[in-house]
Ligand binder design. Structure first.
Ligand code: UTP
Length: 323
């Protein structure tokens, strides 16, 4: 098998050929919308989260997007279709910009569907994607479509870390002590070396949703993984955890225990959790404010909405002063 170290960034093969996008979850936090619309198709301004992920995967140089879908969520794959009739109709009407938006997803990357028959967890979803990889691929990227990690480019740093240290590389995000209970928290030590321009640490283990006192650090897991192919074997050797689900972090933990090197890149930027309305709405505000077309009017509208809200709820101002 080819070693990761042989994959120089400028070699003919991209460092990562396949990006797995698990999208077969039930999206219960987004009901009732997700009764009929997969949450991965909900738009950030006008673009579905899954298209933003496809863009990130294409920028990484990947060739294939293996989208893990549930039998009832095949709509997601249609988004990557050609839509030539619609495109032609728009072109005929001089709507070139809209026509370009229609073809964009299809032109970004080759999307293939992998079916997960039942939502048996993120680990199980990733395991289903092994068949999408070619025999000689020794590494796979996993990107969660409900996690926007900004600015883009963190996966490129993770590739450089794997070139230096081998093994698998995860992405960590620094939160406050009061937020750790929501996340998988990394137990880290300094790495035995460095990579220019990247904050990298070695992972000893992970603690799921710890209390502030139990948390080994304030570095939490995000939805970006660069995993050695060995993860597929580890996934067959773990047992289901909470809710009968196979957890990806359990497979990574097993690999660490068996001596597989795992490092984290500490992300220097921000993230948006599109998986629930509380994270999805701020993501839309953030992207909307930066949008050339909608930004200026949105800025005025939001200021007015906040002013009206504060007038109706003076207690929020008092709370703000206390904070
Ligand atoms: P989440 O737990 O955030 O997604 O999984 P969910 O299960 O759809 O959300 P809720 O809790 O019911 O609201 C993270 C990612 O893993 C995928 C999800 O689609 C999401 O992109 N996933 C999760 C699968 O593909 N299969 C699963 O069995 C579970």
């Amino acid at each position: 098998m080819q070693k990761s170290h042989d994959l120089a960034p400028d070699s003919a093969q991209p460092a990562v050929r396949t990006v797995v996008v698990p999208a077969a979850g039930m999206g219960t936090r987004f009901l009732p919308a997700t009764k009929t619309v997969p949450k991965e198709l909900l738009p950030v301004v006008d673009t579905p989260g899954i298209e933003l992920i496809a863009e990130e995967a294409a920028a990484l140089g990947a060739e294939r997007l293996a989208i893990v879908v549930a039998p009832e969520k095949q709509e997601i794959m249609r988004h990557f279709g050609e839509f030539s009739a619609l495109r032609n109709r728009l072109m005929e009407r001089g709507k070139d910009e809209q026509a370009e938006k229609v073809s964009r997803a299809n032109g970004l990357i080759h999307a293939v569907a992998v079916t997960q028959d039942e939502p048996l967890g993120l680990g199980h979803a990733v395991g289903c994607a092994e068949a999408a990889l070619d025999a000689e691929e020794d590494v796979v990227a996993v990107m969660l479509p409900d996690d926007l990690v900004l600015p883009a480019g963190v996966m490129e740093k993770m590739v450089r870390v794997r070139e230096e240290f081998g093994g698998s590389v995860l992405c960590a995000f620094n939160v406050t002590e009061d937020e750790v209970f929501n996340y998988g928290v990394f137990d880290v030590v300094p790495a035995d070396g460095d990579v220019a321009g990247v904050e990298v640490l070695k992972v000893r283990g992970m603690v799921e949703k710890p209390s502030k006192e139990e948390a080994p650090s304030t570095l939490v897991a995000t939805g970006r993984y660069l995993l050695d192919r060995a993860v597929f074997d580890a996934l067959t050797r773990i047992t289901p955890g909470k809710g009968g689900e196979l957890q990806l972090t359990d497979a990574i933990e097993l690999m660490i225990q068996e001596g597989h090197p795992v490092h984290v890149v500490v992300h220097d930027g921000k993230r948006h959790d599109l998986g629930n309305p509380g994270g999805y709405i701020p993501a839309n505000v953030d992207f909307g404010l930066r949008d050339e077309k909608y930004g200026p009017a949105l800025y005025t509208a939001i200021k007015q909405i906040i002013a009206d809200f504060e007038a109706e709820h003076p207690e929020v101002l008092a709370r703000g002063e206390q904070a």
